[in-house]
Design a protein around this ligand. Structure first.
Ligand code: HEC
Ligand code: HEC
Ligand code: HEC
Length: 439
């Protein structure tokens, strides 16, 4: 063989070797990578499903099962470990068909409900592996939050007076229960709200005890009035019925309006900020510090004395006879609540005394620090129990896992592959040089 043929042979051999190496390492990399790729794709699908399910939950289920699946009255909690481990089929069937003779309606199209099988499977995933805190945020962001029963404290002096009435102890029990369970819907002193009728009302007093008892125990199908028989004892329910029937004897003012903070999320506060600068800042100043046209909102006195509900009412109804417009006709309830949440987060840094802006000054620097404060406000209402952690999120290796369980073997493969290919190339270069015909 002459040297040229010799070199060609060598190049052929080495090129073959190189190609084999590339194929072997490529294949091995693909095989090792495949499970991770499939897992990532599955996680993506699951996340999309969970995201859609949170909206479905907010629109269809939160009314009865609560902001974060915590349950309301006799409507059971869904953030419950028993449901997480329940067979998929059984859980899907409960949602598809509802529970006969209870307030739980059938949801599948097949059974006359509004949801497709796919949507129901998404809801099953949410209940079994979703994140209830994120769901609570979704419900709040969609403005579907206010239906959570929030509570109030009975006025202590008037509460003590009740004891002087005949069977006062029963009325006291009932007032306490009403303050904890019913006031959010049925209103201060039982005078009703936009979502539920007055119970402190002559027409209701005329109903028989049996009739009222049945409504409280079993609820009123197809309305927000849940049955309370799982949450309250028969004695407690009769006490409440006695209160409804004897409300004309109960002193007015005993059950003040609930003063629950409006739940907020990062998104709702951001929306509130945007709406505030578009609609309110020209009169109240960009930082709520007030102008010649309207008083400061960003002051301690105002914020401590005025509850969220009260601010919401002022904004919705305006202040008649002043320049303060009624925003209720122009904004949705959830927009107004977002603004209230935005105003409330000033409280932590609000000055005692306002320094109104003149013109577009912007105010002293401490007024601009507001955005960095977080008040953690509003999370109180029905916190999710942290149920459904783990599965929905990617499987994070726990800190105690051995290193070889968490080590990504693909790195080793890549290093070996790269090394062996470079060695082949270097070898090829040297051989070519060595065999080069000497001049
Ligand atoms: C009108 C009120 C109401 C609405 C709306 C509602 N539920 Fe229910 N749900 C109930 C009641 C009441 C029960 C308890 C039935 C019983 O006693 O077995 C229940 C039970 C359940 C159960 C079984 C819980 C268990 O522990 O066995 C699941 C799951 C459930 N609901 C899911 C949903 C989903 C998902 C939605 C929204 C698509 C929804 N519910 C909407 C009232 C409601
Ligand atoms: C989530 C809101 C909500 C909560 C909480 C609630 N209710 Fe109701 N309640 C309603 C609605 C809505 C109706 C009207 C139902 C209808 O139109 O049939 C109603 C109706 C009633 C009625 C029947 C009134 C009538 O005219 O016959 C009684 C009695 C009653 N509720 C008592 C209670 C008691 C007691 C509690 C607390 C243990 C309570 N409710 C909690 C929403 C609620
Ligand atoms: C055209 C000017 C104007 C605009 C725009 C305006 N306000 Fe007002 N606002 C007023 C005036 C004037 C008052 C004081 C009314 C009074 O004398 O009680 C007021 C009062 C208030 C109060 C009660 C303050 C207190 O100390 O009692 C709140 C809360 C409030 N406004 C919020 C808002 C919000 C939120 C917006 C935007 C959605 C807004 N306002 C837009 C003029 C305005």
């Amino acid at each position: 063989m002459n040297p040229t043929q010799n070199r060609i042979r060598l190049f052929e051999m080495l090129a073959g070797l190189l190609a084999t190496q590339l194929i072997v390492f490529g294949l091995a990399f693909y095989i090792l990578n495949e499970p991770a790729r499939i897992a990532a794709a599955q996680t993506d699908i699951l996340n999309v499903q969970l995201d859609e399910a949170m909206t479905l939950y907010a629109e269809n289920c939160s009314v009865c099962h609560g902001l974060a699946g915590e349950g309301i009255g006799a409507n059971p909690a869904l953030n419950n470990p028993a449901l997480q481990t329940m067979a998929y089929e059984d859980l899907a069937k409960t949602i598809e068909r509802g529970r006969f003779n209870t307030a739980m309606p059938a949801w599948s199209k097949e059974d006359g409900g509004p949801l497709s099988d796919y949507q129901i499977s998404e809801l099953v995933n949410l209940i079994q592996s979703g994140d209830w805190n994120a769901t609570q945020d979704r419900v709040v962001n969609l403005g579907l939050a206010p239906l959570v029963p929030f509570t109030t404290e009975p006025d202590p002096a008037l509460f003590a007076e009740l004891a002087n009435l005949p069977d006062g102890a029963t009325l006291q029990t009932a007032v306490t229960l009403f303050a904890a369970n019913c006031v959010a819907c049925h209103g201060a002193d039982g005078l009703g709200t936009s979502i539920a009728p007055a119970l402190n009302d002559p027409a209701v007093r005329e109903k028989t005890a049996e009739e009222l008892n049945r409504t409280v125990a079993l609820g009123s199908a197809g309305t927000l009035m849940a049955g309370w028989s799982n949450a309250l004892t028969p004695e407690e329910i009769s006490a409440l019925v006695a209160l409804v029937q004897r409300w004309d004897e109960v002193p007015a003012g005993i059950l003040p309006a609930p003063d629950a903070p409006i739940p907020t999320t990062e998104e709702s506060i951001a929306l509130g900020g945007q709406l505030f600068s578009q609609n309110c800042s020209r009169c109240h100043g960009p930082e709520g510090q007030g102008t010649q046209r309207a008083p400061a909102l960003n002051v301690k006195g105002f914020l401590t004395d005025t509850s969220d509900v009260a601010i919401q009412q002022i904004v919705a109804n305006g202040v008649p006879g002043t320049a303060m417009p009624a925003w209720g006709d122009r904004m949705t309830e959830s927009d107004i609540q977002a603004i209230v949440g935005f105003i409330r987060q000033w409280e932590a840094t609000a000055p005692e005394v306002a320094t109104p802006t003149r013109g577009g000054g912007g105010g002293p620097p401490w007024l601009r620090n507001n955005t960095t404060t977080t008040t953690g406000q509003g999370q109180g209402a029905g916190q999710g129990q942290g149920a459904g952690q783990g599965q929905g999120k990617t499987q994070q290796p726990s800190a105690s896992a051995a290193w070889w369980q968490t080590f990504d073997w693909r790195i080793l493969l890549l290093v070996f592959g790269a090394l062996s290919v470079s060695f082949t190339l270097i070898f090829m270069g040297f051989e070519a040089l060595r065999r080069a015909p000497k001049k």
